[in-house]
Design a protein around this ligand. Structure first.
Ligand code: 8YV
Length: 324
């Protein structure tokens, strides 16, 4: 590297990552930790060589149409990049990287957390205790649904789904089925104890829990619509740690309200951080604030991975995690 490239960092990062970044780059760090918004992102694209962005930055084709464009790279902090118009980025000659692998285990843990919480009514129970309503133990109090031995249906069988399969099959003795248009090899699936299904509908028919692990693309938008939610068992639970866009949130509210499905565990939403108000009133829903990768270890690893991609880019080497 010759001159230190300027990198705008859109949100605060773990201190150690900000320090590492500042060593090799002219890092413009976020002081107030607020999303930059369209105008702020355009300033960054005009004034820096790269932008280290997150899911809270909507890098649309309009934003990326900025002139003059100085930036040459978007280093996304996160594996999902549906907030970046990658076609527009490519057309403008911007390289884009993401941070896969390092958040797989943490995100799988959150999927399992939601699965357990919603089936065992843990959120509801917590609220019950905290508001002083608990009158003591009784045999019929707050009975939930058994997890061990049940069938888990995975929608998408990438890294995070596989980590969920490992936990639930080997940990809880669950039967794991999955649908993925690009499935793992039969040997890989067998090692995870997971059985493929030809169609998503077959998974929905059979599963006691449906966990979403597909990327958000135009094809997967509202994949879980009213019809597919109705296809699930009435006793089944939906878990979403993927992206809010994959579920029609209005249809989900209906399905939860009229007993089409038993409950849902959500970490992501269609219009984050806005949440459909009815969800906030429902006891059969667990709501987390997009915590999938939120551990100290993982967020540091994600930051380091983004910095690694930046270093590679500015030294002219191939990116480790090139999206575009
Ligand atoms: C991140 C995520 O926290 O990596 C992803 O795709 O959803 C989360 O783990 C978020 O994207 C940060 O940008």
């Amino acid at each position: 590297m010759t001159a230190r490239p300027t990198v705008v960092v859109t949100r605060r990062l773990p201190g150690i990552v900000e320090e590492e970044l500042s060593r090799d780059f002219e890092a413009k760090l976020s002081r107030d930790d607020r999303p930059l918004g369209a105008a702020g992102l355009q300033d960054a694209l005009r004034g820096a060589d790269a932008v280290l962005c997150t899911v809270t930055d909507r890098l649309t084709s309009e934003v990326l149409a900025v002139e003059p464009l100085r930036a040459r790279m978007l280093a996304n902090f996160g594996v999902g990049f549906n907030h970046i118009d990658t076609a527009a980025a490519k057309a403008r000659g911007l390289a884009v990287s993401n941070t896969p692998d390092v958040l797989t285990e943490a995100t799988a843990d959150i999927a399992v957390t939601l699965l357990l919480m919603v089936s065992r009514r843990a959120g509801e129970g917590e609220r019950h205790v905290r508001c002083g309503a608990w009158t003591g133990w009784r045999p019929t109090h707050m009975l939930g649904t058994e997890v061990s031995g049940k069938t888990l249906g995975l929608v998408g069988m990438g890294r995070i789904a596989r980590a969920v399969a490992r936990r639930t099959h080997h940990g809880f003795g669950m039967r794991v089925i999955f649908h993925d248009p690009y499935p793992p090899s039969a040997a890989e699936a067998a090692a995870l104890g997971a059985e493929p299904r030809e169609t998503l509908e077959q998974v929905l028919d059979e599963a006691d829990f449906v966990s979403l692990h597909c990327p958000a693309t135009p094809e997967t938008r509202h994949l879980m619509n009213r019809e597919r939610l109705a296809r699930m068992r009435r006793s089944a639970f939906l878990i979403n740690t993927a992206r809010g866009d994959v579920v029609d949130e209005a249809a989900l509210v209906e399905a939860l309200g009229d007993g089409t499905i038993a409950g849902a565990g959500l970490d992501v939403y269609e219009r984050e951080p806005e949440i459909t108000p009815e969800l906030l009133t429902m006891e059969n829903v667990v709501l987390l604030p997009h915590l999938g990768s939120a551990t100290q270890e993982t967020r540091i690893a994600m930051g380091r991975r983004a910095v690694e991609n930046l270093r590679l880019f500015f030294s002219g080497a191939p990116l480790r995690d090139r999206v575009v």
